[in-house]
Each structure stands twice: as C-alpha cells, then as structure tokens.
Ligand binder design. Structure first.
Ligand code: HEM
Length: 506
C-alpha cells in the first residue's frame, strides 16, 4: 500500500474543506440581515462533513444538524452551504413555490458530471436548459409507458418473471440469497427494454451494468465530488481516487459499446428494438437536436436509475414481509380475491388497494434514496425567515421527510393503512396524506422513472406473492426493520439476506 493509498477520501475532504473555510474567512460578506437556517458552522461544519465521509452515511450526519425537528437546517463552511429540507410541506414550498421554483431547480456543477457524463450531457446532472428540456421529453417517449408501450413493458417483465418463477421453484424451499435471483431478473428486463435483446446468463452487458453502477455509487457522494473538483489532479495519483476514476471510465465505455455503438450501427427505422433505437431514430429524424453524447448520457441515466433503485425497492419489500407476515397474508388474500389464478396485470392496480398502499408505505418507511439528487440555488432566496444563499446546495431530505413526526402519525411504524380510507380504498393521489409522500421528488426535476419503477415493482410483488410464500431462513434470523444495516452510497441497499421461497398451496 502506498502513502497515497493511506490518504483515503477522508483526508482529502479535510484538506478541501480547510481550503474552502480559509477562502471564506477572507472573502465572505452578505448584504442580507436574515440568518442562515440553524446548523453547524465553520470548523464544526468541517468536522461534521468529515464524520459523514468517514461513516459513509452522509444522510445520518445531516439529520443531526440543527435542533431536532427543525424543518430546515444548514451546514455552512465558507462559500459552501449545504441546506437540508426536512419536512415534505417545506420541500413542496421551496421546490415548487411561485417565488422560488425558477431559481432552485438547477444542479450543482459536479466533477462526476463533467468527467463521466460528457459535460454533463445527461439528464440527471445537467441544469435546466433548452437541451435538458429536449432530453426529458426524449426520456419519457423512449420509456413509452403509455398506449402499446404498457403492454410491451408488461410482457417483457412477465416473460422474465416466468423464468424467475422456474428458478425459484427449483430452490425447493432451501435457504437462498434473494438478491442474486432478483439482480439477474432486473438486469435482464433493463437490457431487453434498452436493446430488445435478452442477455445470456453471465453476459457481459449485465456484468458491466452492475460494475458501472457500483463504482458511480461510491463516487457519487457530495464529499468525494468536492475533493475531485478542488484537486482534479488526484485522479492521476495512485490511490482510491485513481482506482475509482479509471474503473468508472472503463465500465462506462464497455457498457456504451454494448448498448450504444452496436445499436447505432444496426438501427433500422422499420423495427426499433428498444429504448436506444427510439433515441437513435429521433436523432436521425432531426426532430430533436440530440448529439451522440446526449444519447449516451440518457442511456447511462436509465441504467443508473433503473437498476439499483428497483433492486433495493424489491429487497426492502420482501424484508418487510418477512418481518410482518400479517401484511404478506393480507396482500395474498387480496390477490386471491381480485385476480385469482391468472397472471396479474397493471390493470389490477385499481382493485389491489392494500397491495398498492403497502408499496407506498415501503417507499415512505425505507427511504432508499435518502438525499435524492442535489439542487443548487442560482440567487439568494428567503424562506420562512431564513436566507438560503446563492450557490447553496439543497437536499430534499427523504431520510427526514419520510419519518417526520409532524407529518406522519406513528411515523416509525410500518402501517399501509395510512394510505387507505375507511372503506379500505386507496386514497386518491391528491389527498393530503399522499401529497406528503415525495420519494421521487417534486416539481421540475421530479423523477421521470417513477411510473417505470412503480409499475415494475407492482408486477414483481403481485406475481411472486400470488405463487409463493416468502419465509425466514431455516435458522429463523431476519434483519429487523427498525435496525437495518444499510449499505453506504447514494442509494441504500439492505444487507444481502437469506430467505426461503415456498410454492403456495392452491
Ligand atoms: C424506487 C425507485 C426510484 C426512486 C425512489 C427515485 C427517486 C428519484 C429522486 C428523488 C430523484 C431526484 C428528484 C429531484 O432532483 O428533485 C430522481 C431523479 C431521476 N430519476 Fe429516479 N427514482 C427511482 C427510479 C428511477 C428509475 C427506474 C429511473 C429510470 C428508468 C430513474 C431515473 C431518474 C432520472 C433520469 C432522474 C433525473 C431527473 C432530472 O434531473 O431531471 N429513476 N429519482
């Protein structure tokens, strides 16, 4: 191990932060008399950021800022201000408010965006510009989750589920690691939707998707990014940063070779095979001005958005069911009543109220994307007597919003019933309780993959619970819901756990 290996991200963050603090002391001044939201300042802020990096759980560190229960907190260190919005009502007010919406929906410049996403030329990392608008439109139309696209999506997912069911039946009630099975199914669905091709077992494309996702997740935290922006040369020095930067480029290019270059040379207007062809044909028609880099950026967004979020949503749902058999039974009874033995379809959503409520409650309770994606403020704004300065980075903090005791009754309990009315029907989307659930964000930058994510999860959960009971492993140990040792990174994954899958008696 070299000396530079020993200087892991923590040391570089300390150096970057000290530099910023120094610059701030020399240059800072503000004409506004309003205070910043409460939270750590100066050296305290620096220590907090270092703790966040060291633990890898930035979201938990942020939750400790300011007074317990404060709806908005700010960690201020020089010109570097991180603002956390901790209750859904305030997230809505800031991100969609008449006076603020136009100045809070850009993204902060990031090393990752410039280095890995061509500038950035993808959708998730770029600020709001006309070409960002074109890409959002393209993203929606290429996913095609409307009209015929819904049936295509349904039959792709169902096809892969049929294979998964066969594999699960072969396990014959043994202890299995569910993640291995699910990961392959989700990567297959993604690959088919992108290129029309089903990857073979252990295929290169699935491997590259998984590796790319992992390395970006490790690099995609605010603190690692700050270091790389201030000291870009460190990616050339032996150590953690060099290793991650070179792996990220390597797997990105391998993946794009699989998904972009091959499609570009074989695309045909008569028969678009998947999302990538739809993008390429739009580019060829000239109806939208999209460069190759824009399309590559969108492909990377679909891979990053579409894989790990779905994997963790499914694994969290099954973990919940292992802990709460009553919820599992209620879903199965509802499916037996409303669907019977035929394969569930997306049309069944309107009759599966408890199932839908459970999937919403998983999103609230688990908070798998705890800080979402950062926003940046393009001019000073005033919110509830506080100042949020220009260039501040804002997080719509899901970790706090999902369990805010002023918003949710019995916030720490898993209660699907909170999303049902007294007749057991799902509350309408415009009901105040539903409006407080913001796992996909809100406003201009709201997640464009929400329908994709929710419909896929619905089909997975209903199809599998119709056929199988999910049971604790033979030694009976189940990770408890109130103490999940989540993975570190931007999107949280529960620990790899074992369970048994048993065919239901019909
Ligand atoms: C349970 C699953 C998912 C959750 C919880 C989730 C959550 C989020 C959140 C919180 C944001 C940031 C919103 C903001 O900036 O205010 C976001 C953005 C985004 N998501 Fe998702 N997402 C999920 C699944 C997906 C899927 C399946 C895709 C792609 C197929 C996707 C693609 C994107 C993209 C491209 C953006 C950036 C949008 C923009 O910046 O304009 N997401 N997501």
């Amino acid at each position: 191990m070299t000396i530079l290996d020993a200087l892991q991200p923590t040391a570089w963050v300390a150096l970057a932060s000290a530099l910023l603090l120094f610059i701030y002391k020399k240059t800072s001044s503000s004409s506004s008399t309003l205070p910043l939201p409460p939270g750590p300042r100066g050296w305290e802020a620096l220590k907090s950021i270092i703790r966040g990096v060291r633990s890898g759980e930035f979201h938990k560190e942020i939750s400790g800022w300011g007074k317990l229960g404060s709806p908005m907190t700010c960690c201020s260190m020089g010109n570097l201000n991180f603002v956390s919005i901790n209750c859904p009502e305030l997230v809505r007010e800031v991100l969609t408010g008449r006076d603020t919406e136009a100045v809070v929906n850009d993204r902060p410049p990031t090393f990752l965006g410039t280095f890995l996403f061509y500038g950035p030329k993808d959708l998730a990392m770029a600020s709001v510009t006309p070409s960002w608008g074109v890409q959002r439109k393209m993203f929606h139309s290429s996913l095609r989750l409307y009209g015929d696209g819904v049936h295509r999506f349904e039959s792709t997912v169902q096809g892969e589920l049929t294979r998964l069911i066969e594999q699960l039946e072969e396990t014959d009630g043994r202890d299995i690691c569910l993640e291995d099975y699910m990961s392959n199914t989700l990567l297959s669905v993604l690959s088919i939707l992108m290129t029309g091709e089903r990857p073979s077992k252990d295929s290169e494309v699935s491997f590259n998707m998984r590796r790319f996702d992992r390395v970006v997740s490790a690099m995609g935290t605010p603190s690692v990014d700050v270091v790389l922006r201030l000291f870009p040369f460190i990616r050339h020095l032996p150590g953690w940063f060099q290793k991650h930067c070179s792996q990220a480029i390597y797997y990105r290019d391998k993946l794009l070779d699989n998904l972009f270059n091959r499609s570009k040379s074989t695309v045909s207007a008569e028969q678009p095979r998947g999302i990538v062809d739809v993008m390429l044909l739009a580019q060829n028609s000239g109806s939208l001005s999209l460069s190759d880099d824009h399309i590559k950026g969108l492909i990377l967004d679909v891979v990053l958005g579409g894989y790990v979020t779905s994997l963790t949503s499914f694994l969290s749902t099954v973990l919940t069911l292992l802990n709460l058999p009553r919820v599992s039974r209620a879903i199965q009874e509802e499916i037996d009543r409303a669907v019977g033995q035929r394969t569930p379809t997306l049309d069944d959503r309107k009759n599966l109220h408890f199932t839908e409520a459970t999937l919403l409650e998983v999103l609230r309770f688990m908070r798998i994307f705890p800080l979402g994606l950062p926003h940046v403020v393009s001019q000073d704004i005033h919110v509830r007597g506080y100042r949020i300065p220009k260039h501040a980075v804002i997080f719509a903090n899901q970790w706090e919003c999902g369990r805010d005791p002023n918003t949710w009754d019995k916030a720490d309990q898993f209660l699907p019933e909170r999303f049902l009315d007294q007749n057991g029907h799902l509350l309408p989307a415009d009901h105040p309780t539903r409006k407080n659930l913001l796992p996909f964000g809100i406003g201009k930058r709201t997640c464009p993959g929400e329908t994709f994510a929710r419909t896929r999860l619905f089909l997975l959960v209903t199809t599998l619970l119709q056929r199988f009971d999910f049971l604790p492993p033979t030694d009976g140990t189940v990770v408890p819901l109130d103490d999940i040792p989540w993975s570190t990174g931007a999107v949280l994954l529960p620990p790899s756990y074992e369970c048994r899958v048993r065919r239901r008696a019909v």
